[in-house]
Design a protein around this ligand. Structure first.
Ligand SMILES: *Cc1c(COP(=O)(O)O)cnc(C)c1O
Length: 381
């Protein structure tokens, strides 16, 4: 009997559809021999602006999602001692960017159904030192921040959205479509190759509808320089490469179809888990009312024997992962913040229970069915 081999992510499956388009874009860059920023980046930024339905000039390409967060936080002029409220259940970069600027990450626990930051808990963390709120639209699903924005702004607190995993995720609020990354003051995207819109190397983008802030971000990404060799302030080197912009511009045209495909995969998993009667063992991810979740990751909760189940699936050719195995408040580098085990029980429980399954364009229903069959056999013999 031949066994399936299903990686956690297989980028080759979607690349094969677009290989000729990508190669002609790359050829154009090599012919032009112009590699940093320039027209290719401007064109990609303009296409992102129309995709995200934001004013011209709102998108600022940069070198990574981490840098987009850094640039966004730098544009707030954070000082040491300033506090930024964020989630402990996310990729490290979210809190890393805050700490890197000398500000203090202040964590609040998360919602057990969506894994996003719990908004009432976050609001309860506000102090006179709070300068910003940094929610993450985790795994491709928007956090419903529209409900707290006015209060935060009223208290002088900026909202920076970590939308690294959510380019294209939307949320329908009373018929109005909100797009991840365009609800707060600055939205930050990552084009790391594994993201829904991923390049062939590092890349990122900061988005803001405030013209002055966009100009500031554009200066900050080139060492704080408005006119070459004249520096208004100290920025960083965080430019988007022309080759990444050209590749991303091709992929942007396919993003809607790919995100739809991910949603179809997720819906099929949901039906398979339901049919298998696994609810005592597995909780599939919840989609909040009004949300269009784009399933950057399909993350279930496994209520018992998760690690054993993972080894069993790996042995049978199915790759699975834990995003994330250690809550950020317990990371060694944040010991100085003084948190301890038990401070954020939901986040800590998720680190013990979550398991990400393969979800990507080109994953077949047959592969999904086999995977769920193995899970069923594991729990119910
Ligand atoms: C990927 C990611 C980042 C960082 O993006 P890079 O492009 O890898 O620097 C930040 N936050 C979250 C939630 C991410 O998933």
């Amino acid at each position: 009997m031949n066994q399936l081999t299903v990686p956690i992510l297989d980028l080759k499956r979607s690349f094969s559809e677009i290989k000729p388009e990508i190669f002609s874009a790359i050829e154009r860059i090599f012919d032009a021999q112009s590699f940093i920023l320039g027209q290719e980046v401007k064109t990609f930024e303009a296409h992102c602006e129309s995709y995200l339905d934001v004013p011209e000039g709102s998108c600022v390409g940069c070198a990574s999602g981490t840098d987009a967060l850094l640039l966004a936080l730098m544009s707030l002029d954070l000082k040491p001692g300033d506090e930024v409220i964020t989630t402990p259940f996310t990729f490290f970069a979210t809190a890393g960017a805050i700490a890197r600027l000398g500000a203090t990450p202040v964590f609040a626990d998360v919602d057990p159904a969506t894994y996003n930051i719990d908004l009432p808990s976050a609001m309860a963390k506000i102090t006179p030192k709070t300068r910003a709120f940094l929610p993450v639209h985790l795994f491709g699903q928007m956090c419903p921040i529209e409900g707290v924005i006015d209060e935060l702004h009223g208290r002088g607190i900026a909202v920076i959205e970590d939308s690294a995993q959510a380019f294209g995720a939307t949320r329908n609020v009373d018929g109005k479509i909100l797009r991840a990354g365009t609800v707060g003051d600055v939205g930050c995207y990552s084009f790391f190759p594994t993201k829904n819109l991923g390049g062939c190397g590092d890349g990122g983008m900061a988005v803001t509808c405030d013209k002055d802030r966009a100009e500031r971000l554009r200066r900050l990404r080139v060492h704080g320089s408005g006119t070459t060799y004249y520096h208004d302030e100290v920025g960083i080197n965080s430019r988007l490469d022309a080759i990444q912009a050209a590749i991303l511009d091709v992929k942007l045209r396919h993003l809607e179809a790919w995100n739809e495909e991910r949603r179809k995969v997720a819906e099929h998993y949901r039906l398979l888990f339901k049919a298998a009667g696994l609810h005592d063992y597995i909780t599939p991810p919840a989609e909040l009312d009004g949300n269009r979740h784009i399933y950057h990751q399909y993350v279930v909760r496994v209520h018992e024997r998760r690690d054993e189940l993972m080894s069993c699936l790996e042995e049978r050719g199915f790759s699975v992962r834990v995003y994330y195995p250690l809550s950020l408040h317990l990371q060694p580098c944040f010991r100085y913040l003084g948190y301890k085990a038990g401070d954020f029980p939901v986040s800590e429980q998720l680190t013990r229970e979550v398991m990400a399954l393969p979800v990507y364009p080109g994953l077949t229903e047959n592969e999904q069915e086999e995977l769920v069959r193995h899970i069923k056999n594991f729990f119910r013999g």
